[in-house]
Design a protein around this ligand. Structure first.
Ligand code: CAA
Ligand code: NAD
Length: 286
């Protein structure tokens, strides 16, 4: 199946990056967010990141303008009607996602594929609330989307071979490397990553070292491009907490219990870069 028109639901950290890469590769994109301020912020981020690529001479000014012109910012899910593929990138909450999947199922033309960028939630359960579980799949991009080459492709229990091969080929056409995994909580990426981030937060809570020192150990000692606390701020502490909760509930092992300090920071609205403060302080712009 050929994918041309794409709808991306959610214009936050991930949604704007996903819209950016599809538009740059020539796909008409409807970028949909129920919050008009988030939609504006998402469009600003796309313009800024495209400009950064122009500055690095990775793309031309014409490429930037053409990509921006292909993105149609919208507030209502109805705009996903004509999409061959919908990539959902809203909050990491199963109830909210299933609501959106139910609605999308009634809006999107019958051949349309419904993909989720979820970090951890069951693709099988999202597909089960639709009439097209065979056309439901996980297409898990990494942050920052324009830079990171992995797409974790998650096959739900009913995902068809055709849907899977379409998404694998599409990810490759975007210049990404797809890796297919089975539908278990947190898949591979976050089952391995989040326990490390959580342990770094326990180190802060227990006073083992200052955040700066913890990150330096992992950067210089293990050659990580970002320390785990900088990475947690980059991902969003609310997203990290939601993923750990899915891991704990889904795998039933106390080793995934979210650190109480993480819960406290999320409750305080200290969500990382997107709110200007997390383990570290950032400027006004996330
Ligand atoms: N859009 C476009 N280009 C961007 C960009 C963006 N949003 N952010 C960075 N870049 C580009 C820069 O222009 C630069 O390009 P060149 O190589 O052509 O110069 C390149 O990326 C590197 O950027 P910087 O030099 O500014 O900064 P850096 O060297 O510190 O790298 C980074 C930044 C790529 C983000 C790097 O720090 C990194 O790899 N961090 C780890 C990221 C990571 O682990 N992501 C996965 C998170 S987990 C996840 O996504 C899954 C989940 O479900 C939670
Ligand atoms: P975010 O909070 O930055 O953005 C979510 C956006 O969705 C917000 O702009 C919000 O207004 C919008 N939204 C919420 N409910 C909506 C609805 N019903 N209809 C339309 N728009 C709605 O979140 P994010 O960090 O971009 O994460 C989005 C998804 O991507 C989550 O499932 C997350 O787990 C996953 N993910 C996140 C990262 C990361 O590093 N942040 C990496 C990979 C995957």
């Amino acid at each position: 199946m050929t994918i041309r028109d794409v709808a991306v639901i959610g214009a936050g950290t991930m949604g704007n990056g996903i819209a950016h890469v599809f538009a740059l590769r020539g796909h008409p994109v409807s970028l949909i967010d129920s919050d008009p301020a988030a939609l504006r912020k998402g469009m600003d981020a796309i313009a800024r990141n495209l400009e950064r690529q122009v500055g690095k001479q990775a793309i031309s000014a014409e490429d930037r303008d053409a990509a921006l012109a292909r993105i149609d910012a919208q507030e209502g899910l109805d705009s996903a009607h004509a999409a061959d593929l919908v990539v959902e990138a809203i909050v990491e909450d199963e109830e909210v996602k299933t609501d959106v999947f139910r609605t999308l199922d009634s809006i999107v033309q019958p051949h349309g594929i419904l993909a989720s960028n979820t970090s951890s939630i069951s693709i099988t359960r999202l597909g089960a609330v639709t009439s097209r579980p065979d056309q439901t799949i996980g297409m898990h991009f990494m942050n920052p989307v324009p830079v990171m080459t992995l797409v974790e492709v998650i096959r739900g229990y009913e995902t068809s071979a055709e849907t899977h091969s379409t998404i694998v080929a599409l990810a490759e056409s975007l210049g990404k490397t797809p890796v297919t995994v089975r539908d278990y909580p947190g898949f591979v990426s976050n089952r391995v990553l989040m326990p490390m981030i959580n342990e770094a937060i326990f180190c802060v809570m227990e006073g083992v070292a200052e955040p700066e020192a913890i990150d330096t150990v992992m950067k210089l000692g293990m050659s990580h491009p970002m320390g785990p606390l900088t990475l947690a701020d980059f991902i969003g502490l609310d997203v990290c907490l939601a993923i750990l909760e899915v891991l704990q509930a889904g795998l039933g092992d106390p080793k995934y219990r979210p650190c109480p300090l993480l819960r406290q920071m999320v409750a305080a609205g200290r969500l990382g870069r997107k709110t200007g403060a997390g383990f570290f302080e950032y400027g006004e712009r996330a």
